[in-house]
Design a protein around this ligand. Structure first.
Ligand code: RI2
Length: 311
């Protein structure tokens, strides 16, 4: 229980972050938790697994990769605790392996859209988006990247570190300089925390502004998103909840306390309408946003009944 709580806390505090990574971490935690459960009683095992699943899902509300990963593991079955546990381990390991392969495959598919000499703008820190840039670079294409800081958590610093280690020339800019530099950009490549049934993309706050500036300058916007980033619940008309994070991420408490009439708003994500998205690169192919429904239906494999019952 202690380790489960610690993992949940690390995801909540963003010590472990990134939509794909929190999904893999949650799957691994459910596997390890099942292995630690000593009970021989199947009902008790199932109850404890369900509580663990709920705790992990509650840590961050927006990235749909998290409930999708948990759901993939919680499809386990078994007549005995041992059978159930073995199945949990299998499903978790499968999810993690598929997720890692998906990021690699997205790199291969997305790199086809990158030309030698391109300047790519990216926002925040997405392993799927970086996979595209890394693959293009490894293919010998000479690319330059413009990376935003991504206030308030400055995930852009992670991105420049990663690209630097790969030997990719990168310019770091403040978020408000996106439009200023858009004329130098050939392609925008960003990740996703969720993709809705109508092809809208939920990603780090500021992504919608980047896409808007790209549209104005007639530059293509490519989203790098594994199939488990697509949100089945949106088929039922549900909206993706936008996480609102602590004001202390934006301004220190001491500073804020000096004011009487000031509040801070800190949404972690925004919605980019599908009209601003040219292509979504998934591990099963590069699709126009209009095809999001097909991904949810055919590749996530969720039945409507299953969607109605739970997360
Ligand atoms: P990968 C991140 O969320 C960013 O919004 C990033 O674009 C997205 O997850 C996808 O990341 P946060 O955890 O799964 O920083 O592609 O809030 O790594």
């Amino acid at each position: 229980m202690k380790q489960l709580r610690e993992t949940a806390q690390k995801i909540k505090s963003m010590e472990i972050r990134g939509a794909g990574r929190i999904a893999r971490t949650a799957a691994a935690e459910l596997r390890d938790y099942a292995e630690r459960l000593k009970t021989k009683d199947l009902d008790e095992f199932n109850e404890k697994m369900s509580s663990a699943a709920e705790l992990l899902i509650s840590t961050r509300p927006t990235a749909v990769s998290l409930p999708n990963a948990v759901r993939a593991v919680m499809r386990y079955s078994g007549e005995t605790v041992d059978e159930a546990r073995t199945n949990v381990v299998k499903l978790a390991d499968e999810f993690i392996a598929n997720s890692e392969n998906a990021v690699k495959r997205i790199g291969e598919i997305g790199a086809r859209r990158v030309r030698d000499g391109d300047t790519i703008m990216t926002h925040c820190n997405s392993s799927a988006a970086i996979s595209i840039m890394a693959t293009a670079h490894a293919q010998g294409k000479n690319i330059n990247v413009i990376a935003t800081e991504s206030r308030p958590r400055l995930q852009g610093h992670l991105t420049i570190g990663h690209l630097d280690r790969l030997g990719i020339k990168t310019a770091l800019i403040v978020d408000s300089a996106v439009r200023f530099f858009m004329k130098e950009v050939d392609l925008v490549v960003v990740g996703a925390d969720a993709v809705t049934v109508n092809g809208s993309v939920i990603n780090k706050i500021g992504t919608a502004q980047v896409a808007l500036a790209a549209r104005e300058a007639r530059k293509n916007v490519i989203i790098a998103a594994e199939t488990y980033k697509f949100s089945p619940k949106t088929i039922l008309g549900e909206l993706v909840e936008i996480e609102e994070r602590d004001s202390a991420e934006v301004i220190g408490r001491e500073m804020l306390d000096k004011f009487s009439n000031v509040s801070v708003k800190n949404p972690a994500f925004d919605v980019t309408p599908r009209e601003y998205v040219d292509l979504i690169c998934t591990e099963v192919g590069a699709i126009p946003p209009e095809m999001a429904y097909i991904i949810i239906k055919d590749f996530l494999g969720w039945g409507i009944e299953e969607m109605n019952s739970g997360h």
